[in-house]
Ligand binder design. Structure first.
Ligand code: SAH
Length: 230
């Protein structure tokens, strides 16, 4: 199944909003770290419901946000949610692929992506594209929950037809550098909001032990790699 078929189906049954709710726990901390200034143009790769751009538009003086998604239904929903939430927000949602970003060289100030990068057909090419469209000094905030150190995520590929890339933290840093980005920081952003029940509740439907759940959310959390265009 293609990205389009897989994620159009997700958008149609409301999973875009479900992801937004879960991803917000750590995405909000990542967004808060982005050095977005007045007048900036920001790209969100694999925008889903578009929540990240709406949050940045609310909290910064950014001029324009672009949400790119390979699934037309996702982009359509994101447009609709934005109209409902803030009809004046200057956000555009475009259908496109991570392999060919529809932006000119040096045309964007910052880029963000949450739980989407690893679906790229060719993540090295995607990083080169991100570097191409960022102006010198522009940043790329790349957040993933599916990565090698997070053993609790390893089974996710079984439930999705799109091939996923599972790098470890060092592979992210190497790939960023290989694409010509400096690595400004790398961090694990914990999810402090997921409710972890008391020990006697385990095993649960999803978790064998409480220790596993604590490791997954409070310790490993979301892997953030920040690149800076030279
Ligand atoms: N960032 C959102 C959505 C994550 S789901 C959130 O945090 O909830 C991943 C999204 O990336 C989906 O909407 C999917 O359609 C999109 N996507 C996956 N691979 C893509 C690709 N190669 N090109 C463009 N979009 C892609």
């Amino acid at each position: 199944m293609s990205v389009r078929e897989e994620f159009d189906a997700w958008a149609a049954d409301g999973r875009d909003r479900g992801m937004e709710e879960r991803h917000w726990h750590t995405a909000k901390h990542v967004l808060a770290r982005m050095p977005v200034e007045d007048g900036d143009r920001v790209l969100d790769l694999g925008t889903g419901s578009g929540y990240a751009l709406r949050a940045l538009a609310d909290s910064t003086g950014m001029t324009r946000g672009y949400g790119l998604d390979g699934a037309p239904e996702m982009a359509r929903n994101a447009r609709e949610y934005t109209l409902e939430a803030d009809p004046d927000a200057d956000l555009g949602f475009v259908v496109g692929d991570f392999g060919h970003l529809p932006f000119a060289d040096d045309s964007l100030d910052h880029a963000f992506t949450m739980e989407a990068f690893y679906y790229s057909d060719d993540p090295h090419e995607t990083l080169r594209e991100v570097r191409r469209v960022l102006r010198p000094g522009g940043t790329f905030y790349c957040a993933v929950n599916y990565y090698e150190e997070n053993v609790h995520s390893h089974g996710w590929q079984e439930n999705i037809s799109v091939d996923m890339t599972r790098w470890d933290a060092a592979e992210y840093r190497d790939a960023f550098r290989g694409a010509g980005l400096h690595v400004a920081e790398q961090d694990n952003v914990p999810d402090l909001e997921v409710d972890i029940p008391p020990a006697e509740a385990f095993p649960t439907d999803d978790w064998e032990t409480r220790e596993d759940m604590v490791e997954r959310y409070r310790e490993l959390g979301t892997l953030l790699t920040v690149g800076v265009a030279p």
